[in-house]
Design a protein around this ligand. Structure first.
Ligand code: ADP
Ligand code: MG
Length: 261
């Protein structure tokens, strides 16, 4: 499998008024094209830092980050970012919001707009093009944010807890929708979540991080039978519970070993 993302012995230190804080230490990880990888771990273990490094929003203090075969130096439209908060502009319609990335990159052609309309339709937002964000539910807004992220046709989606602010029922629906949408398009995805079941249900591989400083505690390859199913179906399989327990144990032992934070 072609490697699409790579962190090579990456260390990141935040320097601020309060002094220096070691967020991620000597972390190496490779992600292949088309893979869906989740990063799980307790709050503060460096998940968002790792996504920001992959996205080119931060430069590592030590080590190198590669994306699509090149060192990452700045944000690129090939790497789409989706956050817990949808950050839709309240004064723009859904269609206008979905096209922001196209405008910023100077690629808002009629064909690109047609593609965005098609995406809105596919993700169940047909008819909302001229609506304002406040008129939509939380789940619909997150779907609009997903369309905006997909609009520039990124190879990689970086997802930072995109479901965590949603009700359970909507969250499960959206997990399925994101899973099938990304799989159908052969996208590579890195999902940050503190929800182990979500990670297990959605991913090909789950990376369990330990805190203080952020580092890899364990990496689990999900069983093939679970990987092929939509998340809501994977959760119902008999082997799902065993996978969940393994992840839980890794997470617990990582926290127990953690430094004196
Ligand atoms: P997570 O997403 O897993 O909750 P983060 O990557 O946000 O973790 O944070 C990792 C560590 O780095 C934490 O100890 C956090 O306090 C620290 N940190 C994050 N952002 C900053 C920042 N901008 N300045 C200083 N410290 C930060
Ligand atoms: Mg975070």
């Amino acid at each position: 499998m072609e490697t699409l993302l790579k962190l090579e012995e990456v260390t990141h230190v935040y320097v601020g008024d309060q002094g220096a804080s070691l967020a991620v230490e000597n972390l190496s990880l490779s992600i292949g094209r088309g893979e869906f990888v989740s990063l799980v771990g307790p709050s503060g273990c460096g998940k968002t830092t790792i996504l920001s490094l992959l996205a080119g929003l931060l430069t590592p203090t030590k080590g190198t980050v590669y994306a699509l075969g090149e060192p990452v130096r700045r944000p690129s439209p090939k790497l789409g970012y989706m956050l817990q908060q949808d950050y839709l502009f309240p004064w723009r319609t859904i269609l206008e919001n979905a096209q922001i990335g196209l405008e910023l990159n100077g690629i808002k052609t009629p064909a690109a707009t047609a593609h965005v309309r098609q995406l809105l339709h596919e993700l169940g937002l047909g008819g909302t093009e001229q609506r304002m964000p406040y008129e939509l539910s939380g789940g619909m807004r997150q779907r609009a944010a997903l369309v905006r992220t997909l609009a520039t046709e990124p190879d990689v989606l970086l997802l930072d807890e995109p479901f965590s602010a949603l009700d359970m029922h909507i969250k499960l629906q959206l997990e399925d929708l994101v899973h099938t949408t990304l799989e159908a398009r052969g996208k590579t995805a890195v999902l940050v979540t503190h929800d182990l079941a979500e990670a297990a249900a959605m991913s090909d591989r789950v990376v369990v991080l330990a805190p203080n400083p952020g580092r890899i505690q364990a990496i689990y390859e999900m069983p093939k039978a679970l990987r092929e199913l939509p998340p809501t179906e994977a959760r119902k399989q008999p082997e799902f519970q065993g996978v969940f327990e393994q992840l839980w144990e890794a997470l617990e032992s990582g926290e127990a070993e953690g430094g004196e934070a």
